[in-house]
Design a protein around this ligand. Structure first.
Ligand code: VGL
Ligand code: ZN
Length: 205
């Protein structure tokens, strides 16, 4: 049983959004075309309280994209984004959500960021996604969405660690940093992950 994970396809990560990923909107037609090929589609939302400590605005004298130590973890400081209940935090209106069975929200704890759809960045709290997928008989996880070098990468890494056969659909994601995504892909390959294209999924029997 295969599941498609649609990671953080939200207006704040699209061009014009508060943490825009270059060409992030280009993945939406693919995300829509891919869904009918999967018996289970799960979406995630980055879903931060307005005072989330990953926001540069919460640290005096800091600017977005600086790195700090946050309670013992390396943290990139971001522009305010995906604030709970704001329009930028909704699922992107162009994303077909009719087949999305469940939405997992992450990043809700004010003190810790959560790139992965499975765990916070300290691997302290589970979102319940792994058990949900296992409960549905899922063995193969396909990952698409934003951003390739952050939430898609960390989700794929945890999926591998949780024992799922893991595929990142390369043309259905876009990075914040191309160099960061190149490193992420190398790491995922070394961990046994697969990088594929949407055409390979759409051509499957
Ligand atoms: C993300 C940075 C901060 C992502 C979320 O969805 O990749 N990146 N929050
Ligand atoms: Zn975030």
């Amino acid at each position: 049983m295969k599941a498609l994970l649609l990671i953080d396809i939200q207006p704040d990560f699209l061009p014009g959004g508060r943490l825009a990923v270059p060409e992030g909107d280009a993945i939406i037609p693919l995300a829509n075309a891919l869904q009918p090929y999967f018996p289970l589609v799960v979406a995630t939302q980055d879903w931060h309280p307005a005072t989330h400590q990953s926001f540069a605005s919460q640290h005096a004298g800091q600017v977005p994209f600086a790195q700090i130590d946050l309670h013992g973890l390396e943290q990139v400081l971001w522009p305010d984004h995906c604030v709970q209940g704001s329009s930028g935090a909704e699922l992107a209106p162009a994303l077909d959500s009719s087949r999305v069975e469940v939405i997992f929200r992450k990043g809700t704890d004010v003190t810790i960021d959560s790139y992965s759809a499975f765990y916070d960045n300290g691997h302290r709290k589970s979102t319940g996604l792994a058990d949900y997928l296992r409960g549905r008989g899922v063995r193969e996880v396909y990952v698409a969405g934003l951003a390739a070098d952050y939430c898609v990468y960390y989700t794929a890494k945890d999926a591998l660690q949780e024992g799922f056969d893991t595929f990142v659909i390369e043309d259905a994601t876009r990075p914040i940093s191309p160099e960061g995504f190149a490193r992420a892909k190398e790491d995922l390959r070394q961990r046994g992950g697969h990088l594929i294209t949407s055409a390979q999924v759409l051509a499957a029997p």
